[in-house]
Ligand binder design. Structure first.
Ligand SMILES: Cc1cc2nc3c(=O)[nH]c(=O)nc-3n(C[C@H](O)[C@H](O)[C@H](O)COP(=O)(O)O)c2cc1C
Length: 402
């Protein structure tokens, strides 16, 4: 990040107290930081502390004659390589989505032609509100990228999604942005599925599995890093949304299939989700009551749609490269090979998920890659490394076909 210039827009949330530390860490990487502070932001962090750490003037007022003369609201963004809004309040994102320019920060954001990264931070209900979610979708569609938020304890005493990413992650997002790693998958689109699905038994109970989503999320992040437009369709997990991906949260297998089909066309599909094979034949709208002296209810099951097989047979909508995962507990390679034939996909990544391997919840994975040319066993490595290696292989395959 040596010599790069970051315009940091600090809006009004309690997470603004993390910004002085963020500035220190960005500058340690060799980049210069200049801050714009909203009126709300100034309730949580002072211009003086941001100025002391950035060793630059802090801009707050759009109608300041001196600031306008010396710098000007247009030059603030012209002088920067990237704009980072951190923390990004619900309010500032709503204004960005609506194209408002009601103070210096929003005017700079409307007047910029530079890339914008947002790090949202807010109470879980503000985050989940349809208005905030719609604003985020609007901003993503316009090319704004997002870091976080994450799930965790909040300053307001609640727990949930909305905590801002830590300074180290904000810096990592900037490092990724500035990295001159080649982007061989630029111009491609990938759909990745991840996590478990939840199949309702009634409104309060569901059938699930032990998938953590770690492997699928890591693959989505690795694809995005190589410049691929990545749509991640994920079942319920506790993981933060990976940076640079379009993330669609679903619950059931049928929701997942609908979201995947809606995301097509795609060049690449990676089906890493542990999709439930079956769901209950009918989930009543009311909670099933425990009746005294009566037998437990019998659950009758029906088969769920097969997302991998559907994508593999999608005719002219079939992604060029369809990759499935096979989680096996015995005869891993033989079962995976027959799964590849049965589903009609191109590659299968097979792994042993017997409880003793600790694969489902753990951070490591031992996988076998089964392609039309044969099979390879990769050494045990972190799920992040499996993702990097798999995505490098995907990129090489597309390069070879060009
Ligand atoms: C104590 C306190 C904490 C707040 N924390 C947040 C927050 O974390 N995220 C958020 O979006 N708004 C939060 N707000 C509300 C914003 O400060 C408010 O919407 C403000 O208008 C934002 O202005 P700005 O976006 O121009 O900075 C908080 C308000 C108070 C009083």
């Amino acid at each position: 990040m040596q010599g790069k210039r970051v315009l940091l827009i600090v809006s009004g949330g309690i997470a603004a107290i993390k910004i002085p530390e963020t500035i220190r860490r960005i500058r340690e990487q060799g980049a210069a930081v200049r801050c714009v502070l909203t009126e709300g932001g100034a309730q949580f962090v002072t211009p003086l502390s941001l100025s002391a750490l950035s060793e630059d003037k802090v801009y707050t007022d759009i109608f300041s004659l001196t600031d306008e003369h010396e710098m000007g609201h247009i030059n603030l963004s012209r002088d920067a390589d990237v704009l980072m809004v951190a923390p990004a309040s619900a309010d500032i994102m709503a204004k960005m989505a609506a194209g408002m320019a009601s103070d210096l920060a929003t005017t700079v954001l409307l007047a910029t032609d530079k890339p914008v990264i947002c790090a949202p931070a807010m109470n879980v209900r503000m985050w989940e509100h349809p208005a905030t979610q719609a604003n985020i979708q609007t901003l993503k569609a316009r090319g704004v990228t997002f870091v976080g938020p994450e799930e965790g304890d909040m300053a307001c005493g609640e727990y949930g999604m909305g905590r801002t990413s830590e300074p180290a992650e904000l810096v990592a997002a900037l490092r990724d942005f500035f990295s001159d790693v080649p982007k061989p998958l630029e111009g491609r689109h990938a759909v990745v599925t991840s996590g478990p699905t939840h199949e309702p038994i009634d409104p309060v109970r569901y059938i699930a599995n032990r998938s953590s989503g770690k492997q699928g999320h890591a693959i989505a992040a690795a694809l995005a890093k190589l410049g691929c437009r990545t749509t991640l369709v994920t079942g319920p997990t506790v993981l933060p949304d990976p940076a640079g991906c379009d993330v669609i949260h679903i619950e059931s297998a049928r929701d997942m299939l609908a979201a995947v089909e809606k995301a097509l066309p795609a060049d690449i599909a990676v089906c890493a989700a542990a999709v439930a094979d079956w769901r209950t034949a009918d989930a009543p709208g009311q909670k099933i009551k425990k009746q005294p002296d009566s037998a437990p209810p019998a659950l009758s099951m029906v088969e769920n749609p097969d997302i991998l097989a559907t994508l593999s047979a999608a005719g002219n909508k079939r992604p060029t490269l369809v990759i499935g995962f096979a989680a096996e507990t015995d005869d891993v390679i033989a079962n995976a090979r027959s799964k590849r034939d049965r589903k009609g996909c191109d590659w299968i990544v097979a792994n042993d998920v017997s409880p003793a391997t600790g694969t489902f919840a753990g951070d490591d994975n031992t996988v076998h890659l089964i392609t039309g040319d044969g099979e390879e066993t990769w050494p045990r490595m972190s799920k992040a490394d499996v993702a990097t290696q798999l995505v490098a292989r995907i990129a090489a395959t597309f390069e070879a076909a060009e």
